[in-house]
Design a protein around this ligand. Structure first.
Ligand SMILES: [Zn+2]
Ligand SMILES: [Zn+2]
Ligand SMILES: [Zn+2]
Ligand SMILES: [Zn+2]
Length: 438
């Protein structure tokens, strides 16, 4: 299984915490579309040409060769998408994408480390005296990466002494700042990607402007990059246990795949940040190629909330429309009646405030009560120390399964964490014994 899917699963609990909070805003919901927002429209031929040139720059990963068995076409979902032009076998490489820009994610909740190597753990962190970006060593300062970042930022006039500039502000804005390093063709390509233009996008650039005088056209390009990132960026997975700044990359070809909660592709990254996308199952000629923008191990309420918050649409795919999620029951809660062993599921899963119903005794539960339970579960998860494997194990075995079914995403999330920890964490290592063979 790819690292990224598991890293999605690891943060499932935070999505649960925010559920109740988000539904308050849902009255103002935008209409449900799989890919809202439009870039300036380019003919499919022109876009295909740009994509071809972009992919042509890629070096093949470890000798994997692939034939292009898809084309950019009108999607049945509206807008454009990747459509298979031949039958594709499970495991075939569809393409190897590389980011137009990449860098730290913008969330204020994330710790920021060295802006060159990503190191989060150093006693020697310092701010570059010219650009205020955080660095861990002279070695990192002397790289081309820093030279490029520094040369953009240090040519802006300061509104505040550079010493007073918050390095967190710099880190969060760094990915769109790097859009200023793109050449003409790359800028054009980025401009033609689909992009949401909501007022909240570009906040990191507005904060940056409190410290620097930024020419208007540079500000515009960086704001455009923020919007393109919001719609198309992928979180780049780091190896388990490695403490590094969490990165995002604007992968333009991957960004062309539309979303489905049962994707027919999977992807992984190599150390050069190349993103290899493979067919996860056979794809028939003419079928659309999908990615999943949310956690595949999350239940429908958490997935739809996450998609709404991050990609601004409500998914209506077959999995979202099926209360049992193809029998996985990832979102199910235990029946409120103490005597009933049944599970509660939403009656109309595509309605965010749907009544829930017990599959066994038919008890109906209003949405507000479900929200209260989900909020309490989120609080319970929030109080856990995920570093403490013993505590997690006890919580899973003795506590949480009293309140929720074993199929619930929280149980699945805890199981994934334990699988990761076993063999890796001190006190839980595997002991391999040599066996003598005669
Ligand atoms: Zn470093
Ligand atoms: Zn610098
Ligand atoms: Zn869906
Ligand atoms: Zn019941």
């Amino acid at each position: 299984m790819s690292r990224l899917r598991l890293s999605h699963a690891r943060s499932a609990s935070s999505a649960v915490i925010k559920l109740a909070d988000l539904y308050i805003h849902i009255e103002r919901a935008v209409q449900c579309r799989h890919r809202p927002g439009r870039g300036r429209m380019l003919s499919l031929e022109q876009l295909s040409q740009m994509v071809k040139e972009h992919l042509g720059l890629c070096e093949y990963v470890e000798g994997i060769d692939y034939a292009c068995k898809w084309a950019i076409e009108e999607s049945p979902l509206g807008g454009r998408g990747l459509i298979a032009t031949e039958d594709i076998m499970a495991g075939e490489v569809l393409f190897v994408d590389r980011p137009l820009i990449h860098g730290p994610r913008a969330s204020t909740a994330l710790p920021q480390g060295c802006t060159v190597c990503g190191n989060l753990d150093s006693d020697n962190f310092y701010k570059c005296p010219k650009c205020a970006l955080l660095l861990c060593s002279e070695e990192c300062q002397n790289t081309n990466v820093h030279f490029n970042d520094c040369s953009i930022i240090s040519r802006w006039d300061n509104k505040e002494p550079i010493n007073d500039v918050d390095y967190n502000v710099m880190s969060r804005a760094l990915t769109p700042v790097r859009a200023l390093l793109l050449n003409e063709d790359q800028r054009l390509f980025m401009g033609y990607l689909q992009a949401h233009t909501l007022p909240q996008h570009g906040a990191e650039i507005r904060t940056l402007k409190e410290y620097f005088e930024i020419p208007e056209e540079e500000e515009q390009l960086m704001t455009l990059a923020c919007c393109a990132l919001d719609t198309n960026a992928y979180q780049i997975a780091t190896p388990y246990g490695k403490k590094e700044t969490s990165l995002r990359g604007l992968y333009p070809v991957s960004g062309l795949m539309n979303h489905n909660c049962v994707p027919n592709t999977r992807y992984y990254f190599n150390s050069d940040l190349q993103m290899t996308v493979k067919a996860a199952k056979p794809i028939r000629c003419g079928a659309e190629i999908f990615s999943c923008y949310s956690g595949v191990l999350w239940g429908t309420p958490a997935r739809r909330t996450h998609l709404y918050k991050t990609k601004h649409f409500f998914c209506k795919c077959d999995r979202c429309a099926d209360p049992t999620e193809r029998g996985t029951l990832l979102g199910a809660l235990k029946c409120f009646s103490k005597l009933c062993p049944g599970y509660l599921l939403p009656v109309e899963p595509l309605k965010t405030n749907s009544v829930w119903r017990c599959l066994e005794c038919d008890m109906r539960v209003p949405y507000a009560n479900i929200c209260a339970i989900q909020g309490a579960l989120g609080g319970l998860m929030g109080s856990l120390n995920f570093e403490n494997v013993g505590e997690l194990e006890n919580f899973l075995v003795d506590r949480i399964t009293k309140y929720i079914p074993k199929t619930n995403q929280i149980v699945v999330d805890l199981q994934c964490r334990l699988i990761w920890a076993f063999g890796e964490v001190e006190g839980y290592r595997w002991h391999v014994q040599a066996i003598e063979l005669n």
